[in-house]
Design a protein around this ligand. Structure first.
Ligand SMILES: Cc1cc2nc3c(=O)[nH]c(=O)nc-3n(C[C@H](O)[C@H](O)[C@H](O)COP(=O)(O)OP(=O)(O)OC[C@H]3O[C@@H](n4cnc5c(N)ncnc54)[C@H](O)[C@@H]3O)c2cc1C
Length: 513
């Protein structure tokens, strides 16, 4: 008979939502298991995220509300902001605690300034609404004239003549680094992680469930549905789905680091319905461009990119910073955002109406800043539903340390690290200066794919986009995992990087077809 695993809380989905909840639960004497269908954590929506940490109260939050005021012009700006909404409360609490959490997890984090600009009468009207929304949030952003704009952003298009700004309104993280760090810290504190374990069916029991996964059945008292774009399917399996999901997608571009210094802040033109024009430096010194439309999507996996969207992005970026050109682009990717149909403006974080042991944790944009507060909120809901929450004495919030990045260490420390492990002296990715030691450590910590190594080390994220280091990373993965190179995948599943060894190809005659 098939062995049944038992746990108290089963979290479906190892994205930023599920992993933040797992880490929070690991403070308590509770048996927690995370099941994830992919080969690694953070291969879902979170991998396409910008990693902007902002709250719904502030210039960034107000800027997204302006979209709404243009869509519903009869709604006065002062009525746009809902102080008591869950989105407002959790994002504000999460934003305020994020610096401490980033410190505990030893991840990259930088507070920055948001600059919102306008160049014509339409923009100025939208800026006025934006200012009114900010006032309804009890703060006044600083006004900018052309001279002040030039001072903040010397490379900006000179036609931008008015603007608003707020210091420390937004912070940058690498979203996947945040998720991976949450997972590592949660596992250090006792959470069980089951990868390649797709949930296929759920049978409700009296006071719990049996969850059928690709790796066998799991008996659990509670289910937390953190399956992001698939949360409706998980709820349906449990027979408790009373919401739908919709998706929008947009394409982003990343430029070469040599443009670094052209853009100083998170700089945007005041938002329009369904269109964003935002350019910003990333933590790594590249520039990210999100200047285009949000297109409706039906398939959350459709992250294909299109040339016309690239052109739309470049045109928008040039409107802000004329020096940016197509030749500076090193990568483009598409992300799919999720909204629930019950209230697309809100997150769906609740005990399900259909079963008191089934909880939904489905976020919308911005879904990162709130996670420390969301996790506490969900643990509170579990407590209300009867889960006994006794704090562990040994919980260590700081167990996780980042992989030493040899290129960033001072000379003396670099020498010490290389003396202990000479592989740190061997640079594999020349663009991002990633050493073999860092790649081996990433594999030791759970990377099983080329993308897993990239997210943990940045190998392959530079100008050449794996042109030089790709084959070497493949070799190291195969060697460390003791598998043939043809078994190494980009992101698991069928995404094998090499299809045949060249002598097999020649022997089969395929190369001659
Ligand atoms: C382009 C883009 C930009 C964004 N920018 C920002 C930003 O700047 N700031 C911000 O705060 N938010 C941003 N967001 C939103 C934020 O990224 C999301 O709210 C957040 O990542 C959602 O995380 P999640 O864990 O809920 O979902 P996901 O990351 O999708 O995780 C869900 C997980 O569930 C797994 N899963 C699904 N079905 C099953 C199953 N049957 N069995 C097992 N596992 C399953 C998936 O594989 C996945 O790993 C952005 C989103 C996008 C798309």
């Amino acid at each position: 008979m098939e062995k049944v695993i038992e746990t108290q809380v089963l979290i479906v989905g190892a994205g930023s939502t599920g992993l933040a909840i797992a880490r929070e639960l690991s403070r308590y004497k509770v048996d927690v298991t995370v099941v994830e269908k992919n080969m690694d954590v953070c291969f879902g929506e979170v991998k396409g995220s910008h990693g902007l940490i902002y709250s719904s109260v502030g210039l960034s939050g107000a800027n997204s509300l302006v979209l709404k005021s243009i869509i519903t012009p009869d709604l006065p700006p002062s009525k746009l902001f809902h102080r008591d909404g869950l989105k407002t409360k959790l994002s504000l609490e999460g934003f305020n605690t994020f610096p401490a959490v980033a410190g505990e997890l030893d991840i990259g984090f930088r507070m920055v300034r948001r600059v919102v600009l306008g160049k014509d009468e339409d923009d100025f009207k939208a800026l006025q609404i934006l200012e009114e929304v900010c006032k309804s949030m009890d703060f006044e952003p600083e006004r900018l004239d052309q001279e002040a704009i030039q001072e903040l952003e010397p490379h900006i298009n000179k036609n931008m003549t008015r603007g608003l700004t707020q210091c420390n309104d937004v912070a940058y993280v690498y979203p996947w680094e945040y998720g991976i760090a949450l997972a590592e810290n949660a596992m250090d504190n006792g959470v069980k992680m089951m990868l390649l374990s797709e949930v296929l069916g759920i049978k409700p029991l009296d006071g719990g469930f049996v969850v059928y996964t690709g790796r066998g059945p799991i008996k659990t008292q509670f289910i937390i549905n953190a399956a992001g774009p698939y949360a409706d399917k998980i709820a349906k399996m449990a027979g408790v789905c009373d919401f739908g999901l919709t998706y929008t997608r947009s394409q982003m571009l990343i430029t070469d680091k040599r443009l670094g210094g052209i853009v100083n802040h998170t700089t945007c033109v005041v938002f329009r319905p369904g269109i964003s024009k935002l350019v910003r430096p990333t933590l790594s010194g590249n520039i990210e461009i999100l200047c285009g439309k949000y297109y409706p999507a039906t398939d959350p996996e459709d992250t294909s990119t299109r040339m016309e969207w690239t052109d739309e992005n470049i045109a928008g970026a040039k409107d802000l910073f004329p020096e940016i050109s197509k030749g500076d682009i090193i990568n483009s990717f598409t992300g799919v955002r999720v909204f629930n149909t019950r209230d697309p403006e809100e997150h769906l974080i609740e005990v399900s109406n259909g079963n008191p042991n089934f909880l939904n944790a489905v976020t919308r944009l911005p879904g990162l800043a709130l996670t420390p507060a969301l996790a506490k909120y969900v643990v509170g809901l579990l407590g209300n539903q009867g889960l006994e929450l006794i704090e562990k004495t040994g919980f260590n919030p700081r167990s996780r340390k980042r992989i030493p990045k040899i290129s960033e260490l001072p000379n003396e420390e670099r020498k010490k690290v290389i003396a202990q492990d000479p592989r740190y002296g061997h640079i594999v990715c020349r663009c991002e200066e990633v050493s073999e030691g860092e790649i081996v450590e990433a594999i030791r910590r759970g990377a099983r794919t080329v993308a897993g190594v990239k997210y943990r080390t940045r190998a392959g994220m530079g100008r050449c986009q794996r042109g030089f280091c790709g084959p070497r990373v493949l070799e190291i993965l195969a060697r460390e995992l003791d598998i043939p190179m043809t078994e190494v995948t980009q992101m698991g599943g069928l995404s094998r990087v090499l299809l045949y060894r060249s002598n097999e190809l020649l022997g089969s005659g395929r190369g001659l077809e």
